[in-house]
Design a binder for this molecule. Structure first.
Ligand code: GRF
Length: 199
C-alpha cells in the first residue's frame, strides 16, 4: 500500500506514521510522498530527515479544485492508495474526494461528533466535558464527518488548559493514527454505512 500524507504544519502525526511504516509495524506499506500546502511547514524537514520525498504545493490564489487537482495528480503518479491527512488545514474539494473513494482518512483531536473544526481542545474545555480524546475517520464532503475508524479517550482535568489537554491528546493521536493505518494496511476495515466494521 502506497501512502501519501498531506500536512500544513508541525507534522508529528506524519512522523509517527512514517516511523511505524519504516519499522515494519505497519506491514506491506510505503510512504510515497509527503505534500504540504505551506512551503515553510516544519513537517517537511521531518519527512526529509526520514528519507521521504516531499512536495510543497501552495494554492497560489487558485481555486480549490485546481489546487486539489494538482495534489491528486502527484498522488496518482505515485500510485497512492491511502491518503492520510495529518494536520492538513484545508477542506478538500468534491473532486479530490471522488478521486480517492474511501481512501482518505483524517485525525481530529476530539471525540467526534463533538467539537468539529478548529480549536477542538479549547472547545472541549469551554464546554466543560470531563472526557475528550481523538478520532480517526474516513473523509467525506462534510467537515470532520466521515465514518469513524477508531477513537481514544483522555480525562479532562480541572486545571487543564488548551495546551495541556492538546499535549495529552497528541500523545494518543500518534498511537491511534498508527493503529488505524495498520488496520487499513491489513485490510481489516469494512465500511457499512456510517459504521466501520473491524475484523
Ligand atoms: C493534530 O492535533 C491533529 O489532530 C489535527 O492537527 C494537529 C496536527 O498536528 N488535525 P501535527 O502536525 O500532526 O503535529
Amino acid at each position: 500500500m502506497k501512502i501519501g500524507i498531506l500536512i500544513s504544519g508541525r507534522g508529528s502525526n506524519m512522523a509517527a506514521i512514517v516511523e511505524a511504516v519504516q519499522s515494519g509495524l505497519i506491514p506491506d506499506s510505503d510512504v510515497a510522498v509527503v505534500i504540504s500546502d505551506k512551503t515553510g511547514a516544519e513537517g517537511l524537514l521531518k519527512a526529509r530527515k526520514r528519507g521521504i520525498e516531499t512536495l510543497s504545493i501552495t494554492r497560489k490564489g487558485r481555486a480549490r479544485e485546481e489546487h486539489d487537482a494538482e495534489i491528486a495528480a502527484e498522488l496518482k503518479k505515485r500510485n497512492v492508495g491511502l491518503v492520510c491527512l495529518a494536520g492538513y488545514m484545508r477542506l478538500l474539494s468534491e473532486g479530490f474526494i471522488r478521486a480517492f473513494p474511501n481512501k482518505i482518512i483524517n485525525i481530529h483531536p476530539s471525540l467526534l461528533p463533538a467539537f468539529k473544526g478548529l480549536d477542538a481542545q479549547q472547545q472541549a474545555i469551554d464546554y466543560g466535558v470531563k472526557v475528550s480524546g481523538c478520532t480517526v475517520h474516513f473523509v467525506d464532503e462534510a467537515l470532520d464527518h466521515g465514518a469513524i475508524i477508531a477513537q481514544k479517550t483522555v480525562e479532562v482535568k480541572d486545571d487543564d488548559t488548551a495546551e495541556s489537554l492538546s499535549a495529552r491528546i497528541l500523545e494518543l493521536e500518534h498511537v491511534l493514527y498508527v493503529e488505524a493505518v495498520k488496520l487499513i494496511a491489513e485490510v481489516r476495515c469494512q465500511i457499512d454505512g456510517r459504521r466501520v466494521i473491524i475484523d
